[in-house]
Write a protein that binds this ligand. Structure first.
Ligand code: SF4
Length: 309
């Protein structure tokens, strides 16, 4: 058996930057609070917790005074900044520049009077931060199979812009865009829905693909890596949105792909063929929120367990 770690997996630059900044701050000025888990990976959160990064939730944040609080790569809504000011909290802001730019674009369209739609999960911290840019008036759509409730919320006579949570899938975004375009056209009784050819603009629907290329560019690499190994261990936190998407990509490329948060999740059956013999190659890969050291540790554990170099 050979065991390989995918060198293209691991933290995206936004998460790497956040982790580096938190460690640097702790080294320079001591323990720090983090508003929410710094990364959707319990093992990494525990490691940082041991050196002084204490995770707090929104309720604890509101009660905090005169402390230093770390903002993770997902970003925060404006109310968090206002709350920090009121409570004399010093913010260490590690919002990813890609997310920051998206927040600015959403605010700009909202201020111009657009109805804002976001393809994402309403409870995801990044989406909470994005929705805050438009006074929580964005309509958040979880899946391209829109629900009746989603459709009822949308005003098809208003100029509208669709954005995406940065970690959603490009295929789903494309499907949602097409469906929404059809709805806007169907609701346009004057048949003057804006198109490239149209001179008269009655209703406008814009779709902005704001999926982070740090995520979508990984698809092809992961497909290749997964299909080159007989069994694949995909390492990610169970709370990671990006982890779920990329696990699905690997699973589609190689049905013998298994999800693990750490070594204790590994099952002996994953490494066996139907005839009971061991697989010849195992690939270990992960999400943009999975630290490289954890993938290496899991690969080392598999090598030890099966006595391979
Ligand atoms: S996935 Fe992209 S947008 Fe999200 S933190 Fe990483 S680099 Fe930033």
């Amino acid at each position: 058996m050979i065991v390989n770690v995918d060198q293209a997996s691991g933290f995206c630059f936004g998460v790497q930057n956040a982790v580096d900044r938190a460690e640097e701050q702790i080294r320079q000025t001591g323990p720090l609070y983090s508003l929410g888990d710094i990364v959707h990976n319990t093992v990494e959160v525990e490691r940082l917790g041991k050196i002084g990064l204490k995770t707090i939730d929104k309720a604890e944040f509101v009660d905090l005074q005169n402390k230093r609080v770390f903002i993770r790569a997902h970003g925060e809504p404006p109310e968090t900044y206002a709350q920090a000011k009121a409570n004399n909290i010093e913010l260490i802001d590690a919002t990813c520049p890609v997310v920051l730019k998206l927040q600015e674009r959403i605010k700009s369209f909202y201020d111009k009077g657009y109805q804002v739609l976001i393809y994402g999960k309403v409870e995801h911290p990044e989406v909470v931060g994005l929705n805050g840019q438009c006074e929580n008036n964005a309509i958040v759509i979880r899946s391209p199979e829109m629900s009746e409730a989603d459709l009822e919320k949308i005003d098809f006579s208003k100029p509208t812009v669709l954005f995406s949570q940065t970690t959603k899938d490009t295929k789903g975004f494309g499907e949602l865009r097409t469906k929404l375009e059809q709805h806007f056209k169907a609701h346009d009784s004057t048949n003057k829905f804006k198109s490239k050819q149209s001179e008269q603009i009655f209703t406008e629907f814009l779709a902005k693909d704001t999926i982070c290329r740090q995520v979508s560019n990984r698809d092809q690499k992961l497909i290749k890596f997964s299909s080159e190994h007989e069994a694949v261990i995909f390492v990610a936190g169970k709370k990671s949105s990006n982890g779920k998407v990329l696990y699905g990509v690997c699973k589609a490329a190689n049905d013998r792909t298994f999800f693990a948060e750490n070594e204790s999740d590994l099952e002996a059956e994953w490494f066996k063929r139907p005839d009971g013999k061991l697989v010849e190659s195992v690939g270990v890969c992960g999400a943009t929120s999975t630290p490289m050291w954890l993938m290496e540790r899991i690969a080392g554990y598999i090598r030890n367990r099966y006595n391979v170099d």
